[in-house]
Design a protein around this ligand. Structure first.
Ligand code: TLP
Length: 342
């Protein structure tokens, strides 16, 4: 099977497995795990932030950020198809007790003026604006890179109104590689950042949240409340450290493979690539074939390729560490076969 459902499906490398075996560990709830400490310090440095915290998943990282920034009854401003809004099981309402104010975007980039308009003034009728969230790269916008300049403009608006900014940078390193800039360039325009070690970077588990020292201290309390205070967690932090230090440059390979895949798909009648492929995600419209996305996913599976539906007639394919350029060629052939059998 060629698994293009997500970049979350990757298996740890040999080096990661060895590092897990050899990891120095301690009780991290007591702050005694040296491997976690090293990972958190490294992550803070890489992002240009004061401190960082290792959390179990991207969702947990985003939720801890919202919980730490906000009070119940506040409103958070976020992109209309953002992961926090779309894919986190309504957690911001269930856990933080905040309401959402969504803003449409062009390829994941919200118009700073629209963000400005959405910030609440002081009025007894209104909720308070507690947070602005930006997602980079933007998943449902097909892995689009939100430009540094757009982040800067939104950050300036936010600071003018003393509203904090959080970046869901689950795939921030993909953005940095595609834009050919340091991750710090993006991170400087958000007060807090969440990024995933377990997507294109290939670690089996874990995410990081980074920000100011005081914020991270308070975030640690929320992590504990949510049952995310873990013990000898260095066995998980060790592959995370390899992901963070050795795997960033390889993301260019995923991006190249995504372009190859998109080129192959464009040559197949009845399929349309709907996103501008900037990173590792390809979104394909199957409407013209007269099938639903779910039906197409099933047909593709029968030919040995796993994909995921992203809408009624759109299918998402994500290149990743476990998929080579040759696999992409095989996947394109498999897609053609699936269509010819229709
Ligand atoms: N995204 C997953 C699914 O949840 C949709 C995927 O396969 O793409 N932020 C963004 C932008 C994400 O894409 C994801 C995962 C997360 C946060 C959550 O990360 P995890 O899965 O570690 O909770």
């Amino acid at each position: 099977m060629i698994d293009l459902r997500s970049d979350t499906v990757t298996k740890p490398t040999e080096e990661m497995r060895k590092a897990m075996y050899l990891a120095e560990v301690g009780d991290d709830v007591y702050g005694e795990d040296p491997t976690v400490e090293k990972l958190e310090e490294t992550a803070a440095n890489v992002l240009g932030k004061e401190a960082a915290l290792f959390v179990t998943s991207g969702t947990q990282g985003n939720q801890i950020a919202v919980l730490t920034h906000c009070r119940p009854s506040q409103e958070i401003i976020l992109e209309a198809e953002s992961h926090i809004f779309y894919y986190e099981s309504g957690a911001v309402a269930a856990l933080a007790g905040v309401q959402t104010r969504t803003i449409p975007s062009i390829r994941g980039a919200m118009d700073p003026r629209k963000v400005h308009e959405a910030i609440r003034g002081i009025d007894i009728h209104y909720p308070e604006t507690g947070l602005i969230c930006i997602e980079n790269t933007h998943n449902r916008a097909g892995g689009a890179v939100v430009p540094v300049e757009n982040m800067k403009e939104i950050y300036q608006v936010a600071k003018k109104h003393q509203v904090p900014v959080h970046m869901d940078g689950a795939r921030l390193f993909n953005a940095a590689v595609a834009a050919d800039v340091d991750v710090k360039e993006f991170a400087q325009y958000s007060d807090t950042v969440q990024f995933c070690l377990s997507k294109g970077l290939g670690a089996p588990i874990g995410s990081i949240i980074a920000g100011g020292k005081d914020f991270i201290q308070r975030a640690k309390v929320w992590r504990k409340r949510l049952g995310g205070g873990l013990r000898q967690v260095g066995v998980i932090a060790a592959p995370g450290l390899i992901a963070l230090t050795n795997m960033k440059d390889r993301l260019a390979e995923d991006h190249e493979n995504a372009r190859l895949l998109a080129d192959g798909i464009r040559n197949i009648d009845g399929l349309a690539v709907v996103n501008e492929v900037e990173t590792n995600i390809v979104v394909v419209d199957v409407k013209e074939l007269g099938v639903t996305a779910d039906e197409f996913v099933v047909a593709l599976k029968a030919e040995g390729v796993l994909s995921g539906s992203a809408g009624l007639s759109t299918v998402r394919l994500v290149t990743n560490l476990n998929v080579s350029a040759n696999d992409i060629k095989l996947a394109i052939d498999a897609i053609s076969r699936a269509i010819n059998k229709k």
